[in-house]
Write a protein that binds this ligand. Structure first.
Ligand code: ZN
Length: 585
């Protein structure tokens, strides 16, 4: 990643010391020493977001007791705005700043400290001097009692694991730090030293993980032709129920459920998460949309390309497992089936184009509400499906000689390594066109900038497969709502666009009380024997008042796709299938 320009950064020296005197109360205490200053004012800032997670999280909200001093005398450090402190440094060459950070949000993108360990999501821990993002710094960790180990991709200074060096702030904010008593093991793959840091215990089999994770690393390295790291760290936060991940340049943080490793589907999901986050070390961390680095840490960074950065990564997370032989073709096709069903049963797929879903991630995808299903589409799900369509297009157009892999490798070489910058929307499209050997204007117009339903069967057909909606012939009546039970009462959680509930005015949060006068039990059972077009009477409690609603039942239009082989697969289709699913000869 590049760093932004800064003035006088070469002259200043910056060091941080992090201590945990009240780890049990979830505090990390930070002392920052800056010397070599030659300016009258020093503005210290904290990022408002962490790259990879497209939401302004206002990390400065967790800071308290911010003080500054010089030559052992307190100096004022008033706040200039929500995330900036201004220090008058006239006549001073060095200042010390101290502050406390409350860390009690357990996730892969926020910090958490308790008596057992500390997970530091660095963009929410370290303030930086304004306009000096390219300044190096030293980070010293003083562990809480009983803590023995530091895990991070930041280089150790003189072999001391508790003292780390950061070459600039883009690297520091991209290098989470785990400190505690974590279980650490390693493996070598693709010429890189991999470290796996297991926090929170779990029923994992280390030897199996080493083998399977190495296969993923090798397979992904083959896509791009090189693995740019020397050392890479997987920080795995195991919890009773954990999930999610966040990518970094030379590390990643994964959330996992500690008892899920012995469950075959749970283990497969974990490997899929490993494949996803590790694939990001290329796709988005290096091969990236042009606005995603150097970052603006004060504001939203808007891109229409998260369907590539996240969606293609989501496409590859399962494809890589298939290509590495970690899942069967049948399991892979089942994953695709699930994806198709997710997209097609989301009314918002007909409302929000993929490029717009990406641009509005900050205010929509990361801030979902009860109507999100009706108004939006996930750039993960639909981006993955579009990635699949393009992969099949290229494989078919080249009769199995090229695939989406070649596009990714070409763009990585051209933009990250060659031009040392991100790609524009059009440059990525041109990369796809180069390998497909055709103009993709229409494809983009329909599927990226428009909401035309994806023509799965055109593309799956290239590989001799077909997706069929098994529910197409049914004509069951439905209220078109989703219901959750709470304290024995039934509440509406979702009203699906265009369904009976939507048209006749059932609202989210309504308590469903009676249907045709009978107390509500199981709704599908109560609709047994009714037909599409039948009129029923529904009573609900809304804001403490009873309301009676005449409802005309409509067809349950929930789709249930399955993907099958065509009866007669041609040799040309078999060529595509073999390449796509790595079936060998
Ligand atoms: Zn991702």
């Amino acid at each position: 990643m590049n760093s932004t320009s800064g003035n006088a950064a070469g002259a200043v020296q910056i060091s941080y010391t992090v201590t945990f005197p009240e780890a049990q109360a979830h505090y990390a205490d930070v002392e920052m020493n800056i010397s070599g200053l030659a300016q009258n004012t020093l503005d210290l800032k904290m990022p408002v977001w962490t790259p990879g997670s497209y939401l302004v999280r206002e990390f400065a909200k967790n800071i308290e007791s911010f003080t500054a001093s010089a030559i052992n005398k307190a100096i004022d450090a008033p706040k200039l705005n929500k995330n900036t402190w201004r220090i008058n440094t006239t006549g001073l060459s060095a200042v010390t700043v101290k502050y406390r950070v409350y860390c009690f949000e357990i996730s892969v993108r926020t910090s958490f400290v308790d008596a057992s360990h500390g997970f530091l999501s660095t963009s929410g821990i370290f303030v930086y001097p304004d306009k000096m993002l390219n300044a190096p710094s030293t980070i010293k960790i003083i562990p809480y009692k009983g803590w023995t180990t530091v895990s991070t991709s930041l280089e150790a200074v003189n072999g001391d694991q508790f003292t780390r060096h950061s070459p600039n702030y883009d690297i520091l904010f991209d290098s989470p730090i785990e400190v505690g008593t974590q279980d650490v093991f390693g493996f070598d793959a693709a010429g890189v030293k991999y470290e796996v840091c297991m926090v929170g215990g779990g029923n994992y089999d280390k030897e199996k993980l080493k083998v399977d994770m190495a296969k993923i690393v090798e397979q992904e390295t083959a896509v791009f032709g090189e693995n740019p790291n020397k050392h890479y760290v997987f920080i795995v936060l195991n919890a009773q129920r954990g999930g999610g991940g966040l990518e970094h340049l030379s590390s990643t943080v994964l959330g996992a459920s500690r008892d899920n490793y012995t469950n075959p589907a749970g283990y497969r999901n974990f490997l899929s998460l490993v494949a996803h986050e590790h694939f990001h070390l290329w796709n988005v961390k290096r091969l990236r949309p042009i606005v995603l680095g150097p970052f603006d840490y004060d504001n939203e960074n808007y891109t229409t390309d998260l369907w590539i950065a996240e969606g293609f990564t989501a496409y590859y997370q399962n494809l890589i497992l298939r290509h590495a032989g970690l899942i069967t073709p049948e399991t892979y096709l089942a994953a695709i089936t699930g994806e198709i069903n997710t997209i097609e049963n989301q009314p918002g797929a007909k409302i929000q184009p993929l490029a717009e879903a990406s641009f509005d991630a900050w205010i929509k995808s990361y801030r979902p509400n009860e109507n999100s299903i009706n108004t939006g589409i996930s750039y993960y799900d639909k981006g993955a499906a579009v990635g699949m369509l393009l992969d099949l297009e290229i494989i078919n157009d080249t009769k199995g000689k090229s695939s989406l892999d070649d596009v990714m490798k070409y763009l990585y070489n051209t933009y990250y390594k060659g031009k040392k910058r991100g790609y524009t929307d059009n440059e990525f499209k041109q990369g796809l066109e180069k390998f497909a050997g055709k103009n993709l204007d229409e494809f983009y117009k329909n599927y990226v900038y428009g909401v035309t339903p994806l023509d799965y069967n055109k593309y799956l057909g290239y590989a001799g497969y077909k997706a069929t909606d098994e529910a197409a012939a049914t004509n069951d009546p439905s209220l078109g709502v989703m219901i959750a039970e709470q304290n024995g009462k039934k509440y509406i959680t979702t009203v699906l666009r265009g369904g009976a509930g939507w048209i006749d005015g059932i609202n989210v949060n309504d308590e469903l009380v009676t249907i045709d006068g009978a107390p509500v039990t199981d709704v599908p059972t109560m609709l047994n024997g009714k037909k599409v077009g039948d009129k029923i009477t529904v009573t609900v409690m809304r804001d403490g008042l009873p309301i009676t609603l005449p409802v005309t039942l409509l067809r349950n239009n929930r789709m249930k796709y399955k993907v099958d082989s065509l009866p007669d697969v041609t040799p040309a289709q078999m060529v595509v299938r073999k390449k796509w699913l790595a079936l060998g000869e």
